[in-house]
Design a protein around this ligand. Structure first.
Ligand code: 13P
Length: 255
């Protein structure tokens, strides 16, 4: 059985005070994490601080993005995979739709980042998902297949997915309050798993596929109850400790 993962993507939110209050509240309510793994992905400037606050808690840390070049060098404004590891990150979100649509990240850039993350020992949370007009014109699977195939065609390829996570985030559901129905999400999750199974059934069987897009305490259990939904990537609701904790509990009981 795949262990559920609930990861909070804090996006560009927080301050030193807000971050310490949020982590404090999370840690005091977190409870049993045996069946569900919990991770938080703060903005870069707070990673070190959050790493210290989380020490010994079992809650994992992740970055929200990283440079497509590994190592070190003249890349002003960038953060390397190795720096994320150095700060205690286990995960890194790659190819989030906000990176793709607002900052022009292409499938190839995401694939290069996937290689760099794999080499550095970071577990990538690779985001895929279609825009509203792509869904409405029946192209959901075509878009998700293209995004996945870039990862499968990277150097790390399907083997890299043995230590990675996929997040299906329909772009029309992100921050809109419009959640995919459990059936809509399950259909795409099953498609993702099948496409990867065509390369390596064992890796596909063990791969965690998270759903993201307006997940709330009220809809989490139903989503996480689907056979191919292994947890969630949570945006807005991850900034409210009680709501996020309730989502983590839903991953515990909903499966
Ligand atoms: P919301 O949960 O705010 O819709 O955001 C989802 C998301 O983008 C997580 O990466």
């Amino acid at each position: 059985m795949r262990r559920a993962l609930v990861a909070g993507n804090w996006k560009m939110n927080g301050s030193r005070t807000a971050v310490s209050v949020l982590v404090d509240r999370l840690l005091s309510g977190i409870g049993d994490r045996e069946t569900t793994e919990v991770a938080v992905c703060p903005p870069f400037p707070y990673l070190g601080m959050v790493a210290e606050l989380l020490a010994g808690s079992g809650v994992a840390l992740g970055g929200q993005n990283m440079c497509e070049v590994g190592g070190a060098g003249a890349y002003t404004g960038e953060v390397s995979a190795e720096m994320l590891r150095d700060l205690g990150c286990q995960y890194v979100i790659l190819g989030h739709s906000e990176r793709r649509t607002l900052y022009g990240e292409t499938d190839q850039m995401v694939a290069r980042k996937f290689d760099v993350a794999s080499t550095a020992g970071l577990e990538a949370i690779v985001c895929v998902g279609e825009l509203l007009d792509e869904r409405q014109s029946g192209r959901t699977e075509q878009v998700v297949a293209r995004q996945l195939d870039a990862i499968l065609g990277s150097q790390a390829g399907v083997d890299g997915l043995a230590n990675a996570v996929i997040a299906y985030e329909p772009v029309w559901a992100i921050g809109t309050g419009m959640t995919a129905t459990p059936e809509q999400a399950q259909q795409v999750h099953a498609f993702i798993r099948q496409r990867i199974a065509a390369h390596n059934p064992q890796i596909a069987g063990g791969l965690r596929i998270l759903y993201g897009g307006s997940v709330k305490a009220a809809n989490a259990a139903e989503l996480f109850g689907q056979p191919d939904i292994d947890g969630g990537l949570i945006g807005g609701a991850a900034l409210q400790a009680e709501e996020f904790l309730a989502i983590c509990r839903a991953a515990h009981t909903g499966r």
